[in-house]
Design a protein around this ligand. Structure first.
Ligand code: BDR
Ligand code: CA
Length: 318
């Protein structure tokens, strides 16, 4: 089996990505670590527990990590994901935070990769704070990973939260800097532009959520709030994602982790993050001319096998 650890700031697309991993028969999820991001950390923890309950997988251990970035204050994305991070749909069966493991996320990441050195793929779909803490606690953490799949950053300076800032990297630029500069394992990055360029049609979306399964009903409910923003607000849609279509950002990183052949093309280069720019704090920088003389390179995803991607999306709501 393919061993996975997942680090999330569980908003709607993180939830979707977790469901995609749960549905993959050859994948074993060893744990899910939570980081503040789309919504404050307590909500993130509750949302993960809720997703696991919907999927009958409450056996997967969930760990609480950082509530704030390495520097500065947390930012959230309630305008899109709802105040609770999952579209503000009442949950009559709200999970109890007591179900969260006592071990800190950064400790859990280090312990679990030490138990399976070289075998674990880590998928990170939120701000990279927990990963940065893990490498500060054990500098050998990245070496013990098999591979890392990140949703975050941008490749052409296009932001979604500020002019040049994609949410996950902007929410913790120092955390992202530490990971991009210190993680030497195989690294794939699904940038904001990549996800926008591979969006799905709203016709596809409608049949996807209307298939009368428990999981599809859940997805339909939690996404309803964000549709006001992503489907029915023409001005925003054009400016942000470049035209109509459904974008589930975190699912592209998850799909790559589950099946690397979903990635049909990538740019391989050193990457880093702008920390001090007046306009560009949090922007990902691609070093295409080897200016930084960095040994380790990342694979910045540019091509996606949409046929395979759609199969993974569909399996997650069966
Ligand atoms: C990223 O930010 C969050 O809002 C999403 O969950 C995704 O991880 C997209 O920029
Ligand atoms: Ca996310």
């Amino acid at each position: 089996k393919k061993l996975l650890l997942i680090d999330v700031d569980c908003g709607t697309d993180d939830a979707q990505a977790i469901m995609m991993a749960i549905a993959a028969p050859h994948v074993e999820i060893l744990g899910i670590t939570c980081v503040g991001g789309n919504t404050p950390l307590d909500n993130v923890c509750k949302n993960v527990l809720r997703v696991l309950r919907v999927c009958n997988r409450s056996d997967i251990p969930v760990f609480r990590g950082a509530s704030k970035p390495v520097l500065g204050e947390a930012i959230h994305a309630s305008y899109f994901h709802g105040v609770d991070g999952l579209g503000d749909v009442p949950d009559p069966d709200a999970p109890d935070l007591e179900q969260i493991q006592k071990e800190h996320a950064a400790d859990a990441l280090n312990r679990i990769v030490s138990e399976h050195p070289g075998q674990i793929s880590l998928v990170a779909t939120g701000p990279l704070t927990n990963l940065a803490l893990a490498v500060r606690m054990d500098p050998n953490f990245p070496q013990k990973l098999k591979s890392l799949y990140i949703m975050g950053g941008n490749m052409e300076s296009r932001g979604n939260t500020t002019a040049c800032g994609e949410f996950n990297f902007l929410a913790d630029p120092e955390g992202a800097y530490i990971v991009l500069n210190e993680f030497t394992c195989l690294m794939y990055i699904a940038t904001w532009e990549h996800t926008c360029r591979h969006k799905l049609s709203w016709e596809w979306y409608d049949q996807w959520v209307n298939r009368n399964t428990k999981k599809a009903d859940f997805i339909k409910k939690i996404y309803a709030h964000s549709l006001q923003y992503s489907r029915y607000n023409e001005k925003e849609i054009k400016a942000l994602v470049g035209g109509p279509g459904f974008v589930s950002c975190d699912s592209y990183a998850m799909a790559a982790a589950i099946d690397e052949t979903t990635v049909t093309d990538f740019v391989e280069c050193a990457v880093t993050v702008e920390l001090s720019g007046k306009f560009a704090r949090g922007m990902m920088v691609l070093d295409l001319i080897d200016d930084l003389k960095k040994k380790s390179k990342a694979r910045v995803m540019t091509g996606c096998d949409m046929g395979k991607f759609v199969i993974l999306m569909e399996s997650s709501v069966q």
